[in-house]
Design a protein. Structure first.
Length: 301
């Protein structure tokens, strides 16, 4: 029943999103005439090589109108982004609900393991579609935007992707990409986010492993990309020690930031620790913002 309700709501949101997109186009078309007037006015001023009181007054009015038009279009686009975020949230809730409902119950026949190439493609798509934080003037990026860590009271939800520190088959510990399946509070007198324990699934289906971990053994992944052009403070800086997802794997390894993103769609350039190289680091490799998190370990000497 919950799945049907989610489908109905998603359909409604898609209709609202379509309306907002059309409204954006209409608003943009309406404002083009005013922008053209601004351009022509500047051209006449250059031709006459003077700025008369008439032109000052005219430009002031044109720019005031252009600012109002831009704010109106911005408002519509923010509403559209909210609809997209709600759709993505409902799709994730529907997937989790299906899982909880037993569609992927342990007693079911083993399902076919996802091919490696398909998994890597899905991870790339997840990184590409991570929403970009677009704040209002003067608004600071929130926790889990880019390099900004989760707040101290943050409790990861089922479906959240995290870097999880688990024991490997050989007994060593490693950081893997995992998905939270459940969170449990230890039986104590006071409630604190640090007291939660999480059940997480290895994102790599070949392992099919579930782990129960304390909060200190998981690092939530960013939920927004940071815009280098407007919020550079929300990005890791050159030579900063991080954990980064090694390309074409589902494991995080220690690395140094070689270069942060320069544009919103850019990746980090990182140097992975690698003793097979003379200086102890690999050549620069690109890793998406989605898969770069602060390193909880101290740098090796």
């Amino acid at each position: 029943m919950a799945l049907v309700s989610a489908d109905t709501r998603i359909s409604e949101l898609l209709s609202e999103l379509h309306r907002l997109i059309k409204q954006t186009q209409e608003e943009r078309s309406r404002s083009e005439h005013n922008l053209l007037n601004i351009q022509k006015t500047h051209e006449r001023m250059q031709t006459e090589n003077k700025i008369s009181p008439y032109y000052r007054t005219k430009l002031r009015g044109l720019y005031t109108t252009a600012k109002a038009d831009a704010e109106a279009e911005c408002g519509i686009l923010r509403k559209a982004l909210d609809k997209i975020a709600e759709i993505k949230s409902l799709l994730e809730e529907r997937r989790i609900a299906a899982k909880i409902a037993g569609l992927y119950n342990d007693s079911d026949p083993p399902r076919k393991t996802m091919r490696r190439g398909v998994l890597m493609t899905l991870l790339q798509q997840s990184a590409m579609t991570l929403p970009l934080w677009i704040g209002k003037p003067g608004e600071s990026p929130p926790p889990l935007c880019g390099a900004i860590p989760a707040s101290s009271d943050y409790v990861a939800k089922p479906g959240d992707k995290v870097a999880a520190r688990v024991k490997a088959v050989d007994g060593d510990e490693q950081w893997i990409l995992a998905e939270v399946t459940d969170e449990k509070l230890n039986f104590v007198s006071s409630v604190s986010a640090s007291l939660y324990r999480y059940e997480v699934d290895d994102i790599d289906e070949e392992g099919k492993e579930r782990h129960t971990l304390s909060r200190r053994r998981i690092i939530p992944l960013p939920q927004w990309k940071a815009n280098p052009e407007t919020d550079p403070q929300a990005l890791f800086t050159k030579d900063q020690l991080v954990l980064a997802l090694y390309p074409q794997t589902t494991c995080f390894y220690r690395a140094l930031i070689h270069a942060p993103p320069q544009r919103p769609q850019d990746d980090y350039s990182v140097l992975f620790e690698d003793t097979s190289y003379a200086d102890g680091y690999s050549p620069p490799l690109n890793v998406a913002q989605r898969y770069v998190v602060a390193c909880k370990e101290t740098k090796k000497k």
